[in-house]
Design a protein around this ligand. Structure first.
Ligand code: PEP
Length: 258
């Protein structure tokens, strides 16, 4: 079912102690501001580094609507993959979510659409909710190829799923030129792409599935601009990088639905 979501991507930041501190501050915020009483009744997900995952998952377990997630998983269930972490391990750590296809994974770690399709499959098999990231680089937008790029990412990464499995996925549209740059897509640009994404989901899976899909915006979303972005009809919340590292900013973003 379509839901408003604010997700924090901590990336490779924070020591274990700092991570515990941040999750406990967010937990305090949620205790004082029950999510079901806030506008939009958002769910909140903390995508932590693996080192933090089990402790954050345990910390937020009793907080209604607050969940933990991993930033990546391996394509295989288990085996001789030194340094890697499987979807099954993430599930066993008490986390229910996993980011798939963040642009930093695509560009720095060479993750292809085919690899991301496998990661999505193994995540679903292990009862994790994939948050699948898509988005164009600046050259692609300047060349007016952005719709085609995003369409291809979704077709290869997700559109082979059954309708039942597709309904478990959350999509994050993250224009690469906006990630960590301080340049945000305008609310109009975000809405235009989100509406397009919903339209191609409708073509593939039908109007009801499209209507029920949560599509988040990510890319320099912060406490100042979240409200305007989240006010757009097809923007169901945000995937937040830098601004998720400060409890005060992240809390303001959680309250930014109208
Ligand atoms: C991200 O990493 O998903 C992200 C959106 O980062 P930032 O908010 O820092 O641009």
């Amino acid at each position: 079912m379509r839901k408003k979501i604010v997700a924090g991507n901590w990336k490779m930041n924070l020591t274990l102690e700092e991570g515990k501190q941040l999750s406990s501050e967010i937990k305090d915020f949620v205790r004082q501001n029950p999510l079901q009483n806030l506008k939009g009744q958002p769910g909140v997900i903390l995508f932590t580094p693996f080192i933090h995952l089990a402790s954050v998952a345990a910390d937020v377990a009793e907080s209604e609507g607050l969940e933990a997630g991993a930033q990546n998983c391996h394509t295989e269930e288990k085996g001789a993959y030194t340094g890697e972490t499987s979807a099954m391990m993430i599930q066993s750590a008490g986390a229910g979510n996993v980011l798939i296809g963040h642009s930093e994974r695509r560009s720095y770690f060479g993750e292809t659409d085919e690899v991301l399709a496998k990661k999505t499959e193994i995540a679903l098999k292990n009862n994790l909710r994939p948050m699948f990231c898509c988005g164009e680089v600046l050259e692609e937008r300047n060349a007016e190829n952005h719709f085609q790029v995003v369409k291809k990412q979704l077709e290869k990464g997700l559109f082979w799923l059954s309708p039942v499995d597709f309904a478990k996925v959350v999509i994050a549209y993250e224009p690469v030129w906006a990630i960590g740059t301080g340049v945000t897509a305008s609310p109009g640009q975000a809405q235009e792409m989100h509406a397009y994404i919903r339209s191609i989901i409708a073509e593939k899976y039908g109007d009801i599935v499209a209507h029920n899909t949560s599509i988040l915006y990510g890319g320099s979303c912060n406490a100042q601009n979240a409200e305007e972005l989240f006010a757009k009809e097809d923007v169901d919340g945000g995937l937040i990088g830098g601004a998720s590292l400060k409890a005060a900013d992240f809390s303001t973003i959680i309250k930014s639905f109208s």
